[in-house]
Every structure is written in structure tokens, then in C-alpha cells.
Design a binder for this molecule. Structure first.
Ligand code: PMP
Length: 429
């Protein structure tokens, strides 16, 4: 048979992670929230290609928008010429960003978006000092690896920026969070003041934060944390960058952007993943005075290209026209309620956390708070056996992560929930 895994191993880097290495999946087709593999097995997709297939598969509106662009014969010339779809998408993103007088700079990936945001902040502030949150993930360029808080996710020991880590903006591990929300916020503010006083020379460029840590295991600081930190940052003119690569576009149900849970408007916001529904599309949004103040900052050959931005326009229209934020809240509640009920019967499921359609499950050894990566893999494999794709992650590899397409139906939410609950019960037994 065509052994694609062996061929993959023979020509691609050995460190590229492949799920289910004993029986890997090649996705050969997809429709709605379902994908089909090389053996004709169908799966309900609760990970959406790492929160990337935000609308789902084979969506007519998106296919038609891209086909219309392809039909012009122009796939890409250069961003030196005017690109209608790019201007239109920038107008829409500026409008929904919540940032006044916003400007948008398009890139191809979340890493590049964060890289550009850092470039803007460091240029504007004439400082290469950055604050970041422990256990963060911000990308795989040299600078974004520098601000990625977990060394195992940071393949370089080089650090081109001067970074100070904040300890308390995250919960480190959700299940060990014993502080009340207000004590937690007080601790975060205290930590920020201490870090500013003892680890920086004061002229810090920016704090970058994910409103809900993604790769870190879907861990959220309590509502209001970023707002409380921003008050301190404002005393010194330090910028706030909200990395919304996973939390944007209504995924969290309650809000369109993660930052909106924090009573603050960031100076810069970065986006990627879902907005292209699979096409490479990302960028930075910020106030004109921040973005325009930077001298000849950046150029991206493919950033904002006609195909990606044609897709992006169709995706954003779809999100808004179908009120997918509300759908994320409704279907997410079905999942969260059902999983919390399952948690009361489980000895291994220690925490169910998340918002809307961004849900994490943390597994431990029965009767302890010891992370159990092996049990997590067993639940993960059991889900796959029963036709459900989910993601893994977290600091100790003991978190299942779910970020289904925002078009998930209530029936699909219940179907996936049943598979999850049965998988947990099987491993529990
Ligand atoms: N920021 C966050 C919060 C992410 O989750 C990721 C990707 N996992 C990135 C940045 C980097 O995005 P990309 O892989 O598109 O470079």
C-alpha cells in the first residue's frame, strides 16, 4: 500500500508531530464539520485543524469567493498594487476590532503577525524589552520563540529580545488555581510591579498576552486581569499586545475578542488561524498612531494576497451574517455542561475549562493532582476510534483541547459529547 507515513518520515523533518502515529490520518475530503480519511473513515472534527477551519469544510460561500478570484487569472502579483479584497477586508477588520481609528497590516501566519507587532512596539518605544506571560505560545520565528514562555515549545535558546516573565497573569495550571479571582488579579498586578522594578530598566516596549492561553492548555486568567495590568503599564506608556490567534472571531462565545473579557482595549491585536478558514491569512491591528509611527516597518510579499483576502472576506461575512459568536456560546454551553456533569462521575477528569467553543479537559491520576499524560492519550485515541478528532496539549501533555468549527450544530455538539463522555468512562474504568 501507499505508505505515506514512511514517505513523510523519509523527506520531512523527524520532529514534525503526527497524531496517531500507529495509524495516521490523511484527510482526503471534508464537508461541514466532518472529514474523511484515506480508509474512508468519517470523523466529527472538534479541533478544526488547530482552530483553523473555523467555518468548517467545503463551505460554498468561501469556495465561490476564492473561485471568483481564481477566475480573474490573477493569483498574485504584488502588494505594490492595489488589491480590492485586501482593502475591503481591512475595512471590515478595522470595524470589528474595537480599536479606534484602526489600521491593519496583513501577514501569512500568526508568528509573522506577532513578529510585526513586536517590531512596531520596539520601534515606537525605542526599547527591546518585552514582558510576556509564563507558559505562553506566540510562534516559531526567532523573536516569537523568544517570547514563548515554555522552553520545550521554543526550539531556540537564542533570545533577540530582552524578556521579563510575568508569573501571575496565567493560572499556571488551572486545576491548581486556589486563589479567588480578585486575589489572582492583585497577585498579577503585584508581580508586574515587581518585575518592572527589578528586572527591567523601566522603558519596556510592550506586554504581550494571549487572553486564553492556547498551546498552554486553554488556560485563562480571570476576567479583568489584562485591564488591571494595563493600568500599571499605562503609567509608563507600555503597550499591550493581545495575541488573538486562537481567541478571536467570536470563538469564546461571550465576546468577539478575548481581550473584551478584560475591560481593556489593546494597543495592538494579532490574528491568524480561523480568519482564512485554511488559507494563509494573518495580521496585526492597531491604532493609526501606533502602526503609522513606525518607519518603513515591514513588507510581506504574500501578506494580504488576493486569494487569502478573498477567502478572509467570505469567512468574516459568514461569521457575522450567521452570528457564529452566538452559536459558539450555545453549542459550547452544551459541551461544557455535559462535560462538567461527566467530571463529577470521573476520577481522572480534574478540570473542564473554557468558553464557547474553546474547551480544555485536564486529566490526572485518580485521587491526585498529578498530571496523567498516558490517560490523556488513551481518551484521545478512544475518541478517534469512535469518530471524533480532538487536540492534545497543555504544559504536562495532560490536556485535551477542543476548538470545533464555529458552525457546529447542537446535534453535532451532543454527538461529540457522547463520544467524549464514553471515552472518559472507558479510560476511567
Ligand atoms: N499565537 C498563538 C496564540 C498561537 O496559538 C499560534 C499557533 N499555534 C501562533 C501565535 C503562531 O501562529 P502560526 O503557527 O500561524 O505562525
Amino acid at each position: 500500500r501507499d505508505d505515506l507515513l514512511s514517505r513523510h518520515r523519509a523527506v520531512l523533518p523527524s520532529w514534525m508531530p503526527i497524531y496517531y502515529p500507529d495509524d495516521p490520518i490523511e484527510i482526503v475530503s471534508g464537508s461541514g464539520r466532518r472529514v474523511v480519511d484515506q480508509a474512508g473513515r468519517s470523523y466529527l472534527d472538534f479541533f478544526g485543524g488547530v482552530l483553523t477551519n473555523m467555518i468548517g469544510y467545503d463551505v460554498a460561500e468561501i469556495r465561490e469567493a476564492v473561485e471568483r478570484q481564481l477566475a480573474t487569472g490573477v493569483v498574485h502579483t504584488s502588494t505594490l498594487y492595489l488589491i480590492r479584497a485586501q482593502v475591503e477586508l481591512a475595512e471590515k477588520i478595522a470595524r470589528v476590532s474595537g480599536i479606534p481609528d484602526a489600521r491593519v497590516f496583513f501577514t501569512n501566519s500568526g508568528s509573522e503577525a506577532n513578529e510585526a507587532a513586536l517590531l512596531m512596539a520596539t520601534n515606537l518605544r525605542r526599547s527591546n524589552q518585552i514582558l510576556a506571560i509564563r507558559n505562553s505560545y506566540h510562534g516559531r520565528t526567532l523573536a516569537t520563540m523568544g517570547i514563548t514562555g515554555h522552553r520545550s515549545w521554543s526550539a531556540s535558546s537564542l533570545n533577540p529580545l530582552n524578556i521579563s516573565w510575568l508569573h501571575s497573569g496565567d493560572r499556571v495550571r488551572g486545576l491548581l488555581a486556589k486563589l479567588s479571582d480578585s486575589d489572582h488579579i492583585d497577585a498579577a498586578v503585584e508581580d508586574l510591579r515587581e518585575v518592572l522594578a527589578t528586572q527591567t530598566s523601566g522603558d519596556v516596549a510592550a506586554l504581550i498576552a494571549e487572553p486564553i492561553q492556547g498551546v498552554g492548555g486553554f488556560v485563562a486568567a480571570p476576567d479583568g486581569t489584562l485591564g488591571a495590568l494595563k493600568k500599571v503599564l499605562d503609567e509608563s506608556g507600555i503597550l499591550l499586545i493581545s495575541d488573538e490567534v486562537q481567541t478571536g472571531w467570536g470563538r469564546t462565545g461571550e465576546h468577539f475578542w478575548g481581550y473584551q473579557a478584560h475591560g481593556v482595549t489593546p494597543d495592538l491585536l494579532t490574528f491568524a488561524k480561523g480568519i482564512g478558514n485554511g488559507f494563509a491569512l494573518a495580521g496585526v491591528v492597531g491604532r493609526a498612531e501606533v502602526i503609522n509611527a513606525v518607519p518603513a516597518i515591514s513588507f510581506s510579499t504574500f501578506g494580504g494576497n488576493p486569494i487569502s483576502t478573498a477567502a478572509g472576506n467570505a469567512v468574516l461575512d459568514y461569521v457575522l451574517d450567521h452570528d457564529l459568536q452566538e452559536n459558539a456560546a450555545r453549542t459550547g454551553a452544551i459541551l461544557l455542561d455535559g462535560l462538567r456533569a461527566a467530571q463529577t462521575r470521573s476520577t481522572i477528569l480534574a478540570e473542564v475549562r473554557g468558553r464557547g467553543l474553546m474547551i480544555g479537559l485536564e486529566f490526572v491520576r485518580p485521587g491526585t493532582l498529578e498530571p496523567d499524560a498516558a490517560a490523556t492519550v488513551r481518551v484521545f485515541d478512544e475518541c478517534r476510534r469512535n469518530g471524533l478528532l480532538v487536540g492534545k496539549g497543555g504544559l504536562y501533555n495532560n490536556v485535551l483541547r477542543m476548538g470545533p468549527p464555529l458552525t457546529l450544530t447542537e446535534d453535532e455538539a451532543r454527538e461529540g459529547l457522547e463520544i467524549l463522555v464514553n471515552a472518559i468512562a472507558t479510560v476511567d474504568a
